[in-house]
Write a protein that binds this ligand. Structure first.
Ligand code: ZN
Length: 282
């Protein structure tokens, strides 16, 4: 009767394993990480104090004591400690004028400084936006390209930096929801430079309208800022065309398209807070 022994051993091992798992689950519950945070582990380095660990893990001595049921500040090298870190939630944080960007997307994914219907300046670090912003821009640039196969590409300026925050001399562009789009002029603008003021004469109204119409068709477009010259040229274009008039004239009066002489050389487009993004404001 030697044979059943290994089986018995296995059963005992299994029962012990189940008991151990259950015990761990119970042990973990009183020191569960607070809502909005998640658990991490670290080993105390040789000669490191608990205050040192707190500094390194961006926590506090009191929290580390609580999470690890320590009665005092004494720790030893190699000791494993548990701590809690805020959960990283991607999105647009705060407002466009005081915010940042988490988990943003680069409009210039492959680094070739161009995409369908657009070009980006070399060496610019401000081509990041929320995934939605980048999608909206790509969509309208593709629409422009589909309508004008040989039209000069749209000269795209700043979006936001990878982590958001202050950008150059902009007030906004901080949280991945803003983009500057060069006007479509005749002749076209130089890449990365907004040096050509759009006038009633040099603005290519038809082409510009394609971009604007696409933006207006997107309910996520919150504002479009452009010089009064451009706004009035676009409005006149819409008024002249009966089918456009019934559908798009309202945008010139409802605050979506805003005349603003700070924007003589480019459009400034802002998209709404991404759906479900609770950190986003405004
Ligand atoms: Zn801008």
């Amino acid at each position: 009767m030697n044979k059943p022994v290994p089986l018995m051993k296995l059963v005992v091992k299994l029962v012990l394993a189940i008991l151990a798992t259950t015990a761990n689950a119970y042990a973990a519950s009183p020191r569960t990480c607070p809502k909005g945070t998640k658990a991490r582990q670290t080993n105390v380095q040789k000669g490191e104090t608990l205050a040192g660990v707190a500094g390194r893990t961006k926590t506090s001595v009191a929290d580390l004591q609580r999470w690890n049921r320590l009665n005092g500040p004494q720790v030893r090298g190699g000791q494993n400690l548990r701590y809690c870190v805020p959960v990283f939630v991607p999105g647009s944080v705060g407002s466009c004028n005081a915010g940042n960007l988490r988990g943003g997307v680069n409009l210039d994914t492959d680094g070739d400084r161009k995409g369908v219907g657009f070009v980006l300046p070399a060496g610019r670090t401000t081509s990041w936006g929320t995934p939605a912003t980048v999608r909206h821009i790509r969509q309208c640039m593709s629409r422009y390209r589909a309508n004008y196969k040989k039209g000069a590409p749209v000269n795209i300026g700043d979006l936001s930096t990878r982590d958001g925050g202050h950008v150059g001399n902009h007030l906004s562009h901080q949280s991945g929801r803003d983009v500057d789009l060069g006007f479509l002029t005749k002749p076209p603008q130089s890449i990365g430079v907004f040096n050509r003021e759009a006038t009633a004469t040099n603005l290519d109204v038809q082409k510009e309208w394609t971009v604007i119409q696409c933006l207006l068709d997107n309910r996520e477009t919150q504002f479009i800022f452009a010089s009064w010259t451009v706004v009035n040229s676009l409005k006149a274009y819409v008024v002249k065309n009966r089918s456009l008039r019934s559908r798009y004239l309202k945008f010139f009066g409802n605050g979506v398209i805003q005349g603003d002489n700070e924007h003589m050389t480019h459009l400034h487009v802002r998209f709404r807070c991404p759906k479900g993004d609770r950190q986003c404001k405004g």
